[in-house]
Every structure is written in C-alpha cells, then in structure tokens.
Design a protein around this ligand. Structure first.
Ligand SMILES: NC(=O)c1ccc[n+]([C@@H]2O[C@H](COP(=O)([O-])OP(=O)(O)OC[C@H]3O[C@@H](n4cnc5c(N)ncnc54)[C@H](OP(=O)(O)O)[C@@H]3O)[C@@H](O)[C@H]2O)c1
Length: 265
C-alpha cells in the first residue's frame, strides 16, 4: 500500500513509518525536518501550509499512481492556564493539531478518490474525551479532530474512504520535551500548573511503547471495515468508558482531582 504519515520525524509517527516500511509498504513521511530512514521516503512539508502538502501529495501520486492510506499524526502540545495562554500560541496549536488534519485530508482526498478508496487515520488522544486542566487548548484541538472526523466519515463513505480516530493514552516520546509551556504563569495558577505538568510528564515518561500505535494501525490496514474510534491502551479504554458512563460533572471533578489540584496544599 502507498501510505503517508505526517509527523514522521519522531515519536509515534516515526515508529509508524518505520514499522509499516519494514512490512513492505511504500511509506512517505511528512515533517518539517528531513528523516533519513531506509524504508521511509521523507518529504519536508509543514502541515500548516496547504500549498506544501498539496505539492507533496501530488508528487507522491505522480510517482506511485495511487495513495491508499493517510495517517494524520503531526501534533504538538502547550501547557499552562487558559488565561495565561497567548492568542498567538493558542492559534498556532490549533493550526498544527486541527487545521493540519483538515489541510492534509483536503490535499489527499482527490488522490484517494482517484485510487478507488482508502483509509484515513486521525491521531486524536484520550485528552479529547477527558479535558485535561492546564492543557485546555491541546484537549480542545483533539476534540475538534474527533468531531471533524465523524462528519468527514459520513461525507466520504460513498467514495469507499474510511476514517478512524485513534485515541492513545500516554506514550513515551519526545512530545514531553517538545511541549511548549506558557512563558508566564500568573502567581494564582503557578503552583497548580507546576504540579499538574509534573504529573503529566511523569505519566508520559512511564507511558506505553511508541510502537504500539504502529502495530494497531498495521492490523487495521488489513480490515475491510474500520472502527470509528480506537482507544490505545487497556487502562485508557477503561477511563474512556467510565467517562462515558459517569455524569459529566462527576467525571470532570475526578479529572480535576487528578490534574487540577482543587485545593492548595
Ligand atoms: N506522546 C503521547 O503521550 C501522545 C498521546 C496521545 C496522542 N499523541 C499524539 O500523537 C501525535 C504524535 O506525537 P508524539 O508523541 O510522537 O510527539 P513528537 O515526538 O513531538 O512528534 C511530533 C511530530 O509532529 C511533527 N510536527 C510538529 N509540527 C509540525 C508541523 N507544523 N508540520 C509538520 N510536522 C510537524 C514533528 O516533526 P517536525 O518537528 O520535524 O516537523 C514530529 O515528527 C501528536 O498528534 C500527539 O498529539 C501523543
């Protein structure tokens, strides 16, 4: 299969690209930095730039004559209070995480239709269902991906193009180090932001193997039908299920107690 992976220069995206490349698929990795991997053809493009994506996907289609799979994985994080987040930082995160998925999908669809169908995997997160305090824009961008993907799935089903929303829990990658922190944290938030971010970072450092999403996607590639949502990690499946079953206010209270530290110690 001809497969495009965005954000293929590190972490989950790099694992997916390497794994699927080793399985014999023709894998094209999209990122701003160049990747030098045996089984991955690297194209430098920024997911916030439609012109760059359009040119890259046209080039792939011209070489391969088809595009079967798109894995929209590129993403970034910001931590800190919503109040202290600058409008520029919030806009940039939405541009990369949400608009990037839209622009990449828009660029690939004509080629997938011409290929007679395909599969699109959008990398969301468990944080799209559990709104993480002091990561409000990250959670919002992932929730936006979910709703966009749900609507898209119905729009493109007549073209034999399937959509799957991936929701991993914590995974050990460079994401933790790459997460942008608010430049200023107001005194009234500072202690809670620091403690909350250290819980998040600890969870990520002890997180799952970055190869796990690759193995799951690889299995899904052989299936005729795709699940609309695929949560990655047993513990996170339970969190998502409980969140669905519990009253919204109580579920949000529990998430707040874990990450939001309601009372100063
Ligand atoms: N790690 C976790 O615990 C976790 C959990 C749930 C979901 N996720 C999601 O999984 C995805 C991958 O995260 P990761 O953990 O692998 O993080 P990572 O190691 O920081 O990798 C992020 C990737 O995105 C690319 N990227 C960032 N901005 C880009 C842009 N403007 N244009 C093109 N590529 C861009 C980066 O490449 P360049 O810098 O070279 O452009 C890099 O390849 C993200 O969507 C993240 O939200 C991660």
């Amino acid at each position: 299969m001809v497969i495009i992976v965005t954000g293929a220069s590190s972490g989950i995206g790099l694992s997916i690209a390497q794994y699927l490349g080793q399985k014999g698929h023709k894998v094209y990795g999209i990122s701003r930095s160049k990747v030098h991997e045996k089984n991955v053809k690297s194209i430098q493009a920024d997911v916030t730039r439609f012109d760059e994506l359009k040119e890259a996907y046209q080039e792939i289609f011209d070489i391969e004559g088809r595009i079967d799979v798109l894995i929209n994985n590129a993403g970034m994080g910001i931590s800190g209070s919503a109040e202290d987040t600058t409008p520029d930082d919030a806009n940039y995160l939405m541009d990369v995480n949400f608009m990037g998925v839209f622009l990449s999908t828009k660029a690939v669809l004509p080629h997938m239709r011409a290929s007679g169908g395909g599969k699109i995997f959008n990398m969301s997160s468990v944080a799209s269902k559990l709104a993480i305090p002091f990561q409000s824009f990250y959670s919002s961008s992932k929730a936006a991906i979910n709703i966009f993907s749900e609507a898209l799935a119905n729009e493109i089903s007549p073209f034999n193009i399937k959509v799957c929303i991936l929701m991993p829990g914590d995974i050990r990658t460079g994401f933790t180090k790459n997460r942008k922190k608010n430049e200023v944290d107001s005194e009234c938030y500072k202690n809670r932001v620091d403690r909350s971010v250290s819980v998040m970072e600890e969870d990520e450092r002890n997180g799952m193997d970055p190869e796990l999403p690759a193995k799951i996607i690889s299995k899904l590639l052989n299936k005729k039908r795709l699940p609309l949502y695929k949560t990655i990690g047993f513990k996170y499946k339970i969190f998502v299920l409980l969140h669905k079953l519990l009253p919204a206010k109580f579920a949000n209270f529990v998430v707040g107690a874990i990450y939001g530290f309601k009372k100063e110690k």
